[in-house]
Design a protein around this ligand. Structure first.
Ligand SMILES: Nc1ncnc2c1ncn2[C@@H]1O[C@H](COP(=O)(O)OP(=O)(O)OP(=O)(O)O)[C@@H](O)[C@H]1O
Ligand SMILES: [Mg+2]
Length: 357
């Protein structure tokens, strides 16, 4: 019957490879980031000539390809050569010297870590890495609790490059002088994509993730426009997946305007729900920020305590970071001034982050 011609059959899907929409998927090409990648490669290049590499500080707002660009370079490096070992570590998960050293052991294939202290493990790493050269990437580096290992690497690994990635431009000013003077990094700022570039990335990703011809042009434009408005490619990937699923739920072979619109509606609902779903204490912190937007973190902590907040300053800080990560609030780091370094916390009306608490 003609009525069913446009319907998906049981074994059909609009998706060709849905995992290409995962946030950690590294595409074959990364348009608009070639220049930054080339620059990163020039920092690594001296290592191939038996010299020490250059260090690199990368900063820029969330969801614009910082992690993906460097992982792409590392993957390329791994495929091309055995001379330089790439070691990528996310400091959100590995936030102490001991955890980082363990992770390095894991990446370089040293398994006998049990019952060994940090110093012993470091000696082993040193021996293994000094046979060749290494490039480290410490992503989300502002989440580190201590920086001792950076000092250790700078002192004892003779041929290496250290890359650091963060959302905070001023981060480098805050680190210990002892490390800073040895690090003297090059800097690259990743800028947000303009609407045309955003659309280009969305179009490119559609080719990886969906069967040819399933996306209606208007639907695609709607997703691209919303992504450009949110300035975060992750939200675009989320919308692509949601729109695809909305089409499949209706057994539609095409992803149409209405499916893209449904995905956007869900994204908005999702944000609203997320803020009401916060656990009580996080909610109290968010409300405190909302009522006192633009204050310093120390002042906010005082007010929060007056409101009977139960957390220690350290936990409070961590929750502030999480709220920021999820875009409920904005944090601006200031350096210097009479009171030294501090963070200014502001309430953000745009709740749009997609990661779970
Ligand atoms: N130029 C690009 N081409 C293709 N995909 C891209 C590009 N830029 C970003 N992406 C995709 O957008 C998503 C977010 O990028 P990424 O994880 O690198 O963000 P980030 O800048 O590291 O953000 P954060 O600061 O939050 O960690 C990833 O899935 C990535 O593959
Ligand atoms: Mg990242």
């Amino acid at each position: 019957m003609a009525l069913f011609d446009n319907m998906l059959k049981a074994d059909e899907s609009v998706f060709k490879n849905e995992t290409a929409l995962d946030f950690d998927f590294i595409p074959k090409i990364m348009p608009y980031r070639e220049e930054q990648q080339r620059y990163a490669a020039t920092c690594i290049h001296p290592l191939f000539q038996g010299r020490n590499g250059k260090n690199l500080f990368i900063h820029g707002p969330p969801g614009i390809g910082k992690t993906a660009a460097i992982k792409w370079v590392f993957r390329d490096l791994e495929e091309e050569s055995d001379e330089v070992v790439p070691i990528y570590i996310n400091c959100w998960q590995k936030n102490t010297t001991y955890k980082i050293i363990l992770e390095i052991c894991d990446v370089i294939g040293y398994k006998f870590t049990q019952n060994k202290k940090t110093d012993d493990l470091f000696k082993i790493i040193k021996e293994m890495l000094n046979k060749n050269a290494a490039v480290f990437c410490f992503d989300e580096v502002d989440k580190l609790d201590d920086f001792d290992f950076i000092y250790m690497l700078l002192e004892d690994i003779y041929k290496c490059s250290i890359f650091m990635i963060t959302n905070f431009k001023d981060f480098i000013m805050d680190i210990d002088d002892r490390i800073k003077s040895r690090l003297t990094p090059e800097t690259i700022e990743f800028k947000q994509y303009n609407p045309k570039e955003t659309e280009g990335i969305i179009r490119e990703r559609i080719k990886y993730a969906f069967n040819p011809g399933v996306w209606d042009e208007d639907a695609l434009k709607i997703v691209a426009t919303k992504t450009a408005e949110l300035k975060d490619i992750r939200s675009g990937l989320h919308l692509l997946r949601q729109a695809g699923q909305a089409a499949e739920a209706e057994a539609s072979r095409k992803i149409e305007k209405k499916h893209a619109e449904e995905a956007i509606r869900k994204l908005d609902e999702f944000s609203v729900k997320k803020s009401t779903d916060l656990e009580d204490d996080t909610r109290l912190i968010l409300d405190t920020v909302k009522e006192n937007s633009g204050k310093k973190i120390g002042e906010l902590f005082k007010i929060y305590k007056e409101k009977d907040g139960k957390n220690t300053y350290k936990t409070f800080q961590r929750k502030i970071e999480k709220l920021e990560k999820n875009r409920f609030i904005e944090v601006t780091k200031t350096a210097g001034g009479a009171e030294g370094n501090t963070s200014i916390i502001s309430y953000s009306n745009v709740e749009k982050k997609l990661t779970d608490f």
